[in-house]
Design a protein around this ligand. Structure first.
Ligand code: F6P
Length: 563
């Protein structure tokens, strides 16, 4: 094993990963690397057992990735040389590892159990977390039981969450994933886009008297959310014209934010607002009060299970040696595929229809976190960062883009996720339909790993005249890397575990690259320019003249063609 050049250097300065001995070793291993998963499995009957690990309820098979013992050893040495465990420990301890915003990164404190503690700058943040959770739970219970009444005395039937990015994606994803846990008679809708179609579409068919709005914004300054909140307020007041406006807002609007002063300015009673803290990144916040819509939908007990699932994975990540640490290994294997084998994208393929928003959720988590070109000390990164994460539930994806994953020229590592027990058990005659789904899950990782040779194709075509062009088109090279994940069922706890797994593997990759995975300056310029261009869109010729010629022409096209 290669000796680490520098072990656990601590959280301050990023280590250049490309200057480590492990990186040199990995480069060497990648030169002339010719993966052959058929041979790897044939020669090593223990491969699947050795590379299958557990993390809480997750059963994770890493054996169909393009790794061997030398590569795994070098990846672990890389983790050591870049100080992965020290930085992990710094995160859990509440050190200010979000360097560019000078903040602690403590989403893990959101799911610490009641009775545990973590003191940061003299405050027990776990006690703070549970105080807010209790308020959210009490409020949710009132809505669920019908004790909380709208201004006309009717119970709430629909909860509309108004938020975007981290104030939307996690809650909507989890609401969809946990549909079987949603209380009968309650529905949640999620408005995010500044496109007014979103608000119009989501409000359609709703009765203002039975609708509760949650304005969810960490900063309470996001243009989309505040605009949509105003649209919803106007809709509510128009629909409840006979009642006092402030009573209507008090009974139909609540807020979730770190900026409670701005909540009051919007006209929402601070009594009906739930806070969180600047040490929670938006994309890491579904397990805070940002999940209030979810708490109302599935109830405090199930939400507590959701949090316990996160915590179980946190404990795995915090305490498990790197050799058997699932998020660490998944993150390091991603580094191998991305930095050494050139995989630019990474597919996430849930074999579970209810997980249909999971890839979209992961896009913010992974790409807003690791899509960076500078390191946490402001120096340029020294290697490629941030794969494009994408995906769709299977088997739909199989009939759409799997062709490219199987036979295209790009390497696309994929995570396949399936659950043993379905939420809805349906039979087609004698056939358990969930087993058809699982057969596809098992088959796809097999096909991707082992492919089909020209000899096998010819054998299949025996009897027919063999056209070699057709043979070539029907060959599958195999050696397409996958991680297969299973869990007993898609429960709140398992969903929490899956989210935490991806949070931590994203962190691992960020540590290797030396980047601050917790800021998101890259979204700011577009916001600034949108504000600057708005007057031109509305007809201000002077502002239009200040724009580049392409933008001027686009705006003119808009103004000439609008009805
Ligand atoms: O613009 C990006 C972003 O800041 C995300 O990081 C965040 O999740 C989203 O906007 C919403 O922000 P807020 O919760 O402050 O409205």
């Amino acid at each position: 094993m290669t000796a680490p050049a520098e072990s656990n250097p601590g959280p301050s300065g990023p280590v250049d990963p490309t200057a480590t001995q492990a990186w040199s070793r990995l480069s060497e291993l990648s030169r002339d690397f010719a993966p052959d998963l058929r041979a790897s499995f044939a020669e090593d009957p223990d491969r699947a057992d050795r590379l299958t690990l557990s993390a809480a309820d997750l059963h994770v098979d890493l054996s169909k990735n393009l790794v061997n013992a030398d590569i795994v050893e070098a990846l672990l040495a890389l983790g050591d040389e870049v100080g992965l465990t020290a930085r992990r420990d710094a995160m859990f301890a509440g050190e200010r590892i979000n360097a560019t915003e000078d903040r602690a990164v403590l989403h893990t404190a959101l799911r610490k159990p009641r009775g545990s503690s973590l003191t940061i700058e003299g405050r027990d943040v776990v006690a703070d977390v549970h105080e807010v959770l209790e308020r959210v739970y009490a409020f949710a219970d009132k809505v669920r039981s019908g004790e909380w009444r709208g201004v006309t005395g009717q119970p709430i039937r629909t909860v509309v969450n108004i938020g975007i990015g981290g104030s939307d994606l996690g809650a909507v994803m989890a609401y969809e994933a946990l549909a079987p846990y949603v209380q009968d008679g309650l529905e949640c809708r999620f408005i995010s886009n500044i496109d007014p179609t979103d608000t119009a579409h989501k409000l359609s068919g709703l009765d203002p008297a039975t609708t509760l709005f949650i304005v969810c914004s960490k900063t309470f300054g996001t243009l989309e959310t505040l605009t949509n909140a105003r649209l919803c307020k106007a809709w509510l007041l128009a629909g409840l014209a006979e009642v006092d406006a402030s009573d209507a807002v008090a009974k139909h609007f609540i807020a979730v934010s770190t900026a409670l002063d701005k909540v009051a300015d919007f006209g929402i009673d601070p009594e009906n607002a739930f806070g969180f803290w600047d040490w929670v990144g938006g994309r890491y916040s579904v397990d805070s009060a940002v999940g209030t819509a979810l708490v109302i939908a599935i109830g405090p007990r199930h939400f507590a299970d959701f949090l316990a699932g996160f915590h179980a994975l946190d404990e795995h990540f915090r305490t498990e040696p790197l050799e058997t640490n699932v998020p660490a290994l998944m993150g390091l294997i991603n580094i191998w595929h991305h930095n050494f084998l050139g995989a630019a994208t990474h597919a996430v393929l849930p074999y579970a229809q209810l997980m249909h928003r999971f890839p979209a959720y992961l896009q913010q988590l992974t790409m807003e976190s690791n899509g960076k070109s500078v390191r946490w000390d402001g120096t340029p990164v020294t290697t490629e960062t941030g794969e494009v994460f994408w995906g769709e539930p299977a088997t739909n994806g199989q009939h759409a883009f799997y062709q490219l994953i199987h036979q295209g020229t790009q390497l696309v590592p994929a995570d396949l996720i399936a659950f043993v027990n379905p939420p809805y058990a349906l039979r087609d005659g004698d056939t358990d339909v969930h087993e058809l789904l699982l057969a596809n899950f098992f088959a796809q990782s097999q096909a991707l790993a082992f492919g089909k040779t020209s000899e096998e194709v010819r054998a299949e075509m025996s009897g027919a005249s063999i056209d070699e062009a057709v043979v070539a088109a029907r060959v599958f090279e195999g050696n397409r890397p996958t991680t297969s994940m299973m869990a007993p069922s898609l429960t709140p706890a398992v969903l929490g575990q899956l989210i935490a797994l991806y949070e931590h593997l994203t962190f691992v990759q960020g540590v290797v690259w030396g980047i601050d995975s917790f800021d998101q300056w890259g979204v700011e310029l577009g916001k600034q320019l949108a504000q600057a261009i708005t007057p031109a869109v509305g007809g201000d010729a002077d502002v239009l003249a200040e724009q580049d010629t392409s933008t001027q022409s686009l705006v003119r096209y808009y103004r000439e063609h609008r009805r």
